[in-house]
Design a protein around this ligand. Sequence first.
Ligand SMILES: [Zn+2]
Ligand SMILES: [Zn+2]
Length: 278
Amino acid sequence: MELLFSPLFSGSGGNAVYVGCEESGILIDAGVSCARVVNELEKIGVSPTSLKALLITHEHSDHIAGAGILSRKFDLPIYATEGTWRGMEEKVGQIQPKNMRLVDPRIDFFVDGMNIMPFPIPHDAMEPCGYSISLGGIKASVATDLGCIRDGWMNAVEGSDILLLESNYDPDMLKAGKYPYSLKTRILGRKGHLSNDDAGAACVKLVGKNVKNIILGHLSKENNFPELAMETASLALREAGVEIGRDMTLSIARRDGFSGLYSLKDGFQELSKGVRGV
Ligand SMILES: [Zn+2]
Ligand SMILES: [Zn+2]
């Protein structure tokens, strides 16, 4: 068994993550244009016709911008909670009824042998959720757009072989930056986004929950730098006695293109660009 994982885009400008096995693939969010998603998929050797599901975390445009066109072009079923469907129905355009699938955030389901477990997340959207995908004892999770650290989502991603975790902003950059007061308050709130410091604290707890490989993502373009996010989390881990590289791995997802194709099977390895299923 092999599970492939590749963040294609990750940031406030748009999000999409590919998770796949030998036969088929799943996309989590499509927050950039259909053409850009297809372009990145081709770089990792994945045909968009092999996709079997598009899972949506919530209705904000950086998660759904390309969803409607992807569904219409590739006859792709979209999975979302009832609240998310309500929030995005008008934005994604006409979707064939057979491709409108309802997710109950407390009930897992299967797509081509891959077990999908949705879990609620604290975020200012109608009914947002993250997803864990498991295949043959391998588990990959996406937890971004999180207002705060909570036992619920932390427990849901427990034991993940790989996790895409939000590290959205540096608090000092946000406070000193040009965002209006209302937007700053929203981001800082308990239903906003995780700061670099929050992400660092979460990393420490998650290593204790047997999460082995963490990719920091959904970085703000205006209020963060990859180096800063990496350094903040690394420091928190080191202070907690975690040795990066030995006890776990830590990396950063790119905003504007795919960030490696991670192969999860007997142990963790990152494949080189464009190589699939070797
Ligand atoms: Zn959001
Ligand atoms: Zn977002």
